[in-house]
Design a protein around this ligand. Structure first.
Ligand code: UD1
Ligand code: MG
Length: 449
């Protein structure tokens, strides 16, 4: 039987934040969610999340799962106290208890498996992960006597000699749960922080083992925003390396961010300051950026998107977007189309080869294939209460500065006069024009005042 306890009750004082520490995100996912995800592969029988500070907020952030149970620790008197509360609330202490700090989010499932293997094969009371850090500041230092861990001394409690020890406690432990519960209530709080430390259990248990792993970033604990940003960088480096090995070029990789879920095809070039978020798929031979933000969207083959923002939309193949375009949710831009500078498209469908090149707002519209929308054209889609649709048929030519007062339905091959305000539907092959004729008054002089 394998149970997991995730320690997530602390406030995270050093984050200087109103948000509980474990709800801070790296690459779009909270620290706590990452820790939960890291142990799912181990197929635990039950997962206990110890919450306390803003426990409602923390609980709400986690999707319902039959295996996940919340235990409230109030007040938060230290990591050892958190496990005392767990041992009191849960009666059955059978099997192994894997304890994970909620602020060590990059731990890999494989490292956890190695820890469980060591624990089982040596029949340990506690096995924990250690690593040597060049800068161990802030971490508990691990001291061995022979093959066993003798004690862990928290950074704040170390004397100057102890502080030199580079071997740190990563905050990842596997306990024999019944042996742990036999000693858990004997923990004391006679230390600098007046807290009950879980780390003191190693001195009370007999068979305390360490698994030393290489410090490759996965054991980074997050106590402040500097460490948060270091973890973000570690994840981003891994993601970008994966894409580079798959044939994606980054022109200035440090300035770009890519979500873990993103899929990017071969020979895509990601220019500087480009951010690919959420569930976005980009097919081969695209040039994305510079200065581009794409979220939850699909981009087809051979597209070029520069200095633009795209949300929740479908961009089919061979399309040019930008600079300075804003594609809002639920838009579909079909192949060979062009969206130019200062153009906003929302909830609209553009058929093949249509062009909206300059300074337009196209909302709630369907634009037929090979239609050209002149500069400055606007769909007036909102009557103050409701949004209405604009439909423009294929092969149409919309004059510059046309305003469509929706709902409006234009046939195919329609032309509108520049500067027209279109309020009535028009049929195929017609010219729609609505503006006063120009009057030229000759020999006109401005009144002298
Ligand atoms: C802890 C370890 C330290 C280790 C480091 C690794 C202890 C005493 N120290 O120190 O040896 O090197 O992690 O990152 O355990 N929490 C609770 N209830 C509490 C207090 C904390 O649930 O009463 C939770 C926090 O929300 C956090 C985790 O426990 O997720 C660790 O607490 P934190 O205060 O960050 O401990 P560290 O000082 O980092
Ligand atoms: Mg910590």
């Amino acid at each position: 039987m394998l149970s997991v306890a995730i320690l997530a009750a602390g406030k995270g004082t050093r984050m200087e934040s109103s948000l509980p520490k474990v709800l801070h995100k790296i690459s779009g996912k909270s620290l706590l969610q990452r820790v939960i995800d890291s142990c799912v592969e181990l197929k635990p029988d039950q997962i206990f999340i110890i919450t306390g500070h803003k426990s409602n907020e923390v609980q709400k952030s986690i999707p319902n799962d039959k295996k996940i149970h919340f235990v409230i620790q109030e007040p938060q008197s230290g990591t050892g106290h958190a496990i005392q509360v767990l041992c009191r609330e849960v009666k059955n202490h059978e099997g192994k208890l894997l304890v994970l700090n909620g602020d060590v989010p990059l731990i890999r499932p494989n490292t956890l498996k190695r820890l469980l293997y060591l624990h089982d094969s040596k029949n340990a009371d506690v096995s924990l992960i250690t690593t040597k850090k060049t800068n161990p500041h802030g971490y508990g230092r691990v001291f061995f006597k022979g093959d066993f861990i003798e004690r862990i001394v928290e950074d704040k409690d170390c004397n100057s000699l102890e502080r030199e020890n580079p071997l740190i406690n990563a905050g990842v432990y596997c306990f024999n749960w019944s042996n742990l519960s036999a000693i858990i209530n004997t923990l004391q709080s006679n230390n600098k922080q007046k807290e009950i430390y879980l780390t003191d259990t190693v001195s009370l248990l007999k068979n305390s083992l360490g698994l030393e792993v290489e410090d490759n970033g996965e054991l980074q604990g997050i106590n402040n925003r500097i460490q948060l940003s270091e973890c973000e960088e570690s994840i981003q480096n891994l993601i970008k390396e994966k894409h580079m090995l798959n044939g994606v070029t980054f022109i200035n990789k440090a300035s770009c961010s890519i979500s873990e879920e993103a899929e990017i095809g071969k020979d895509v070039i990601i220019e500087a300051n480009t951010h690919i978020r959420g569930n976005t798929k980009i097919k081969s031979h695209c040039i994305i950026g510079p200065n581009t933000f794409i979220e939850n969207s699909n981009v087809g083959l051979n597209c070029e998107i520069s200095n633009s923002t795209v949300y929740a939309s479908e961009i089919i193949d061979s399309i040019k977007i930008g600079p300075y375009s804003h594609i809002r949710p639920n838009s579909k831009i079909s192949s060979f189309s062009k969206i130019g500078n200062f153009v906003e498209i929302k909830n609209s469908q553009l058929e093949e080869g249509s062009k909206v090149n300059h300074l337009s707002y196209i909302g709630d519209s369907i634009i037929g294939s090979s239609t050209n929308i002149g500069a400055g054209t606007i769909t007036a889609n909102f009557d103050g209460q409701k949004k209405h649709q604009t439909k423009i048929g294929k092969n149409s030519s919309i004059g510059a500065n046309t305003v469509f007062v929706a709902p409006i339905n234009l046939g195919e091959s329609v032309t509108t006069g520049a500067g027209s305000v279109i309020t009535k539907d028009s049929k195929d092959n017609s010219l729609a024009i609505s503006r006063t004729k120009q009057v030229n008054i000759e020999n006109w002089e401005r009144k002298k005042s």
